[in-house]
Design a protein around this ligand. Structure first.
Ligand SMILES: O=c1ccn([C@@H]2O[C@H](COP(=O)(O)OP(=O)(O)O[C@H]3O[C@H](CO)[C@@H](O)[C@H](O)[C@H]3O)[C@@H](O)[C@H]2O)c(=O)[nH]1
Ligand SMILES: [Mn+2]
Length: 735
C-alpha cells in the first residue's frame, strides 16, 4: 500500500544516544563521590583539634550537598528524548472544523512594571493565531486592577480589526505588532498605513499611562465611559476593588474590517480585598479558569505571561499534533513549550536564558513522565485541573467543571453575572480551589508546584521545543531585578521542598525515584547556597592563615578532586554547547550559578526561614519590564548593572575582595616565600577561580564611573566586613 510507505505521522520521539554515555559516566562519578565522602568521614573522625573538626565538618556538609544535588541531576541524564512534530500532516487526521477550542490566558499585574503596550502586543500576537477564530478566546487577567490596562485593551480590540486580517492575508509570521514593525518589514502603502495606526494606538496608550489616568479626551464612546467609570468609584484601589469584567470582543458579533469573525477578547480584573489572600498569579489564573469555564469552557487552556509574545502563528497546530493523538490523550495533562528570550546580550551575562532549566533538563524529564510546568507557554487540558486522570474531583457547581457545555452567548446577562460571582475574592473560601482543583497555592513558584502536583496525580506532560521558538519573552536587564526574581523562585521552591508534599518524600513515593529526584532538584536549588558560600570563603580564609584544608598535589586524593571538578564542569559545558550554546554563554551561566548561590539562594533561604518562624511575610514581587535606555545600552554591551544599594550585592562583593586578597597576597607569601604550592594548590586554585569569576565585580567597584557601577557604600561596607571576617578568622584559626 502506498499509504503505508509514506506513513504520515503527527509526531515522533527519539531516545538520545548520549544517555548511554551519561549512564557510564554517572557510574564512575558516583564511585569517586562515594570514595571522597568516605575520605571526608575518615578525616572527620581522625581530627585531633576542635578547629580541624569544624573545618572538616563544614567541608563534609558542603560536599554532601553538592553530591546530593549532583545525584538529582542524574534524573535529567538517564533518559533524554527528542521530539518532533509534523503539523503539515495535521489535517490528514483532523478536519479544521473539528479543531478543539482554545482559551488563552494572559496575566498582568502592574501597569508601571508591565507596560500595557507590551501586554496588548502579547494579546494581539495570539489573537492572530492561524486558527479558526470562533474557537479562540483570549482572557486577560489584570491583577493591577488598572484602568490603564483596560484602556490599552479597548484600543487593542479596535486595532485588532485591521491587524488580524492584515496578518492573515499577507501571511505575516511575526504577528506581534511591535516585533513586526521593529523588523525589516516590506514597506508599502498598506504596511505604512497599518504602522501609522499602530503608532497612534501606542502613543495614546503610552500617554494615558504617563498621565496615570484615562482622561475624557481619550474616551470615544459611552460604552467605554461606562466601563472605565468602574475604576472611578470611591474606594477603588488596586488592593481592594470589585471584579471588573469586560467583554471587548465577542466572536459572535464582532467582525474585522474584512467582515470575518474575531476571537473573543475578555478583560478580567478579579475582585480584591485586603482581608482576603489573593494568592498572586495562581489566584489570578484560577479566577480566569472559572470565568472562562462559564463563558467558553474550551478543553485546552494556554497560559502566557504578559512578557511573552507568540513568535509563530502555527503553534496551535503543532500542539494539536499531540492533542489529537489518541494514544497519549488519556493521561495527557499539559504540553510545555520552553521559554526563549529576545534581547539577551551576546554572552547573556545574567544567565537569563536558563538553558538548563528550560532547554536541557526538560528532554530528560520528557523521557520519564514529562517536564515541569514553567509558568508560561504551557497548554493544559482543562480536565487536568480537576483531579487525576482516574480520580476526578467535582467543582462546586457544574458550570465551572471541565465537561460543561456552554449554551449561552458570552454577552448574556446571566453569564456575565455568573462570571462576576466566580471572580469574587471570597468565592474560593472553603472550596478545593488551590488545594485539589486548579492552580495550586502555597508556593511563590506556583508554576513548578502546580505542575508537580498534577504529575503526582498521574498526569503526564510533553515537552515541545520547536526549532523556531513558539514564544519570545523579555528578560530583566538589571542585576538587581534578576537577583530578586531568583530569590522569589528560591523562596517558592523551598516552600515546596519542605512541605508535606516534598518531592523527596511524597514525590518519590507517588512518581518514583527518578521523577521525584528531578522535582527535588529544583525544590532544593537554594541549598546550593551552602556549598557555594563555604567554597567562596573558607578556602581563602584558611589559606590566609596558613592552614591547608585540601589534599596536597602529591596526594592521590588530589586526583579525586580533579576528576570531580573537571568531570562536572566539562560535562556541563558539553551539554550546554551541544544545545547551540556558545562557550562564553556557558561561562556566564556557571558564573551566575555562583552568584545566585551567594545572593538569591542565600537570601531566599534566609527569607524562607524567617517566614516559617513567623518573623516576616513575603509576596510576589513582579519583575519590572520597563527598559531604561542607559541601562539597556550597558546591558547590550555586556556590562553588569549594579547601581543600587542592594543588600544582596554585599556577599558578592565580599567574596570578590576576599578571594582577591587570598589569591595575590596569600599566593605571594605562601608560595613564593614559603614555597608551599603543593599543600595549598587547591586553595590557590579556588581563590583564582573566584577572582576570574569576579572580574566584572572588580570592574564595577574600581574602574567604572557610570550609574551602573557598584555603589561606593556597598564597596566600603563589604571591605569592612571582609576585614572583620579576617580578624575573627585569624583569632579562631590560630587557637
Ligand atoms: O500577583 C501577581 C503576580 C504576578 N502575576 C503575573 O505573573 C507573571 C510572571 O511574573 P514575572 O514578574 O514576569 O515573573 P518571572 O519571574 O519573570 O516569571 C517566572 O516565574 C514565575 C513564578 O515565580 C512564573 O509564574 C512565570 O511564568 C515565570 O516566567 C506576569 O505575567 C505577572 O503579571 C500576576 O498575574 N499576579
Ligand atoms: Mn517574566
Amino acid at each position: 500500500m502506498a499509504f503505508a510507505t509514506t506513513n504520515p505521522r503527527l509526531h515522533s520521539l527519539r531516545w538520545l544516544r548520549r544517555r548511554l554515555l551519561n549512564r557510564v559516566f554517572a557510574a564512575a562519578y558516583t564511585a569517586v563521590i562515594l570514595a571522597l565522602l568516605y575520605h571526608h568521614a575518615l578525616t572527620l573522625f581522625q581530627s585531633t583539634t576542635f578547629k580541624s573538626f569544624c573545618i572538616s565538618f563544614t567541608i563534609f556538609v558542603s560536599d554532601i550537598i553538592l553530591a546530593y544535588m549532583w545525584s538529582t541531576t542524574q534524573s535529567f541524564r538517564m533518559n533524554p528524548v527528542s521530539r518532533q512534530e509534523y503539523p503539515e500532516n495535521l489535517e490528514i487526521f483532523l478536519d479544521r472544523k473539528d479543531f478543539p477550542a482554545m482559551d488563552i490566558f494572559i496575566c498582568t499585574a502592574d501597569p508601571y512594571k508591565e507596560p500595557p503596550v507590551n501586554v496588548v502586543n502579547t494579546a494581539l500576537s495570539v489573537m492572530a493565531y492561524d486558527f479558526p477564530t470562533e474557537k479562540l478566546s483570549v482572557y486577560v487577567s489584570d491583577d493591577g486592577g488598572s484602568e490603564l490596562t483596560l484602556f490599552a485593551f479597548m484600543e487593542a480590540a479596535e486595532f485588532a480589526r485591521i491587524w488580524l486580517p492584515f496578518c492573515k492575508e499577507n501571511n505575516i509570521i511575526k504577528r506581534c505588532p511591535d516585533a513586526y514593525f521593529s523588523s525589516n518589514y516590506a514597506q508599502n502603502p498598506k504596511t505604512l498605513e497599518i504602522k501609522m495606526k499602530y503608532d497612534s494606538m501606542k502613543t495614546r496608550v503610552e500617554s494615558v499611562v504617563e498621565k496615570g489616568k484615562v482622561s475624557d479626551e481619550y474616551i470615544s464612546n459611552e460604552k467605554q465611559h461606562q466601563a472605565l467609570s468602574k475604576y472611578w468609584t470611591k474606594g477603588f484601589t488596586r488592593q481592594s476593588h470589585p471584579s471588573v469584567i469586560q467583554v471587548l470582543l465577542d466572536t459572535k458579533n464582532d467582525k474585522d474590517i474584512t467582515e470575518n469573525s474575531m476571537p473573543n477578547l475578555v478583560y478580567v480584573s478579579r475582585e480584591k480585598s485586603k482581608a482576603t489572600p489573593h494568592h498572586f498569579k495562581a489566584g489570578a489564573l484560577n479566577a480566569l479558569l472559572r470565568v472562562s469555564s462559564i463563558m467558553t469552557n474550551a478543553p485546552i487552556v494556554l497560559t502566557l505571561d504578559c512578557d511573552m509574545y507568540s513568535n509563530d502563528p502555527s503553534t496551535l497546530q503543532r500542539v494539536l499534533c499531540y492533542i489529537s493523538d489518541e494514544s497519549i490523550w488519556p493521561n495527557l495533562g499539559y504540553i510545555q513549550i520552553p521559554q526563549h528570550y529576545h534581547g539577551l546580550n551576546k554572552t547573556d551575562i545574567y544567565a537569563c536564558e536558563h538553558k538548563r532549566l528550560y532547554q536541557l533538563n526538560p528532554p530528560g524529564m520528557d523521557g520519564l513522565d514529562g517536564p515541569c510546568y514553567v509558568g508560561t507557554g504551557c497548554f493544559f487540558r482543562r480536565l487536568a485541573f480537576f483531579g487525576g486522570p482516574s480520580s476526578p474531583v467535582e467543582p462546586e457547581f457544574p458550570e465551572i467543571g471541565p465537561n460543561y457545555i456552554v449554551n449561552k452567548p458570552i454577552m448574556d446577562q446571566e453569564i456575565l453575572d455568573q462570571a462576576q460571582q466566580v471572580s469574587g475574592c471570597n468565592y474560593e473560601n472553603l472550596s478545593s480551589w488551590g488545594s485539589k482543583i486548579g492552580f495550586r497555592y502555597g508556593s511563590l513558584s506556583e508554576d513548578y508546584y502546580t505542575g508537580y502536583r498534577l504529575q503526582c496525580e498521574g498526569w503526564k506532560s510533553i515537552f515541545c521545543d520547536p526549532n523556531k521558538p513558539a514564544f519570545l519573552g523579555d528578560v530583566p536587564i538589571s542585576l538587581h531585578d534578576v537577583l530578586n526574581q531568583n530569590k522569589r523562585w528560591a523562596v517558592g521552591l523551598l516552600e515546596v521542598g519542605f512541605s508535606k508534599y516534598s518531592p523527596l518524600t511524597f514525590g518519590i513515593q507517588t512518581m518514583g525515584i527518578l521523577m521525584g529526584q528531578a522535582y527535588a532538584h529544583y525544590a532544593f536549588w537554594p541549598i546550593w547556597s551552602v556549598p557555594v558560600t563555604v567554597y567562596a570563603f573558607l578556602p581563602s580564609l584558611t589559606f590566609l592563615n596558613g592552614i591547608p584544608i585540601f589534599p596536597k598535589v602529591s596526594d592521590p586524593w588530589f586526583l579525586a578532586y580533579i576528576f570531580l571538578f573537571l568531570g562536572a564542569y566539562v560535562q556541563d559545558c558539553l551539554d550546554f554547547t551541544l544545545a547551540k550554546g556558545t562557550f562564553l554563554r556557558w561561562w556566564s551561566d556557571q558564573r551566575f550559578w555562583l552568584i545566585r548561590g551567594l545572593s538569591s539562594y542565600l537570601f531566599g533561604s534566609i527569607e524562607y526561614i524567617t517566614k516559617i518562624l513567623g518573623i516576616s511575610t513575603h509576596g510576589f514581587n513582579v519583575t519590572s519590564k520597563v527598559v531604561d535606555d542607559e541601562q539597556s545600552k550597558r546591558y547590550n554591551q555586556g556590562i553588569f548593572e549594579f547601581g543600587v544599594e542592594f543588600p544582596m550585592f554585599v556577599p558578592l562583593a565580599m567574596a570578590a575582595i576576599l578571594n582577591l586578597i587570598a589569591f595575590f597576597y596569600g599566593g605571594i607569601v605562601q608560595i613564593f616565600k614559603e614555597g608551599n604550592l603543593d599543600g595549598f594548590f587547591v586553595q590557590v586554585f579556588i581563590a583564582g577561580f573566584g577572582v576570574l569569576n569576579c572580574l566584572p565585580i572588580y570592574e564595577a567597584m574600581v574602574l567604572r564611573s557610570d550609574k551602573g557601577r557598584m555603589p561606593t557604600r556597598i564597596t566600603i561596607i563589604s571591605t569592612l566586613l571582609v576585614g572583620c571576617l579576617c580578624v575573627v578568622a585569624s583569632f579562631v584559626l590560630k587557637i
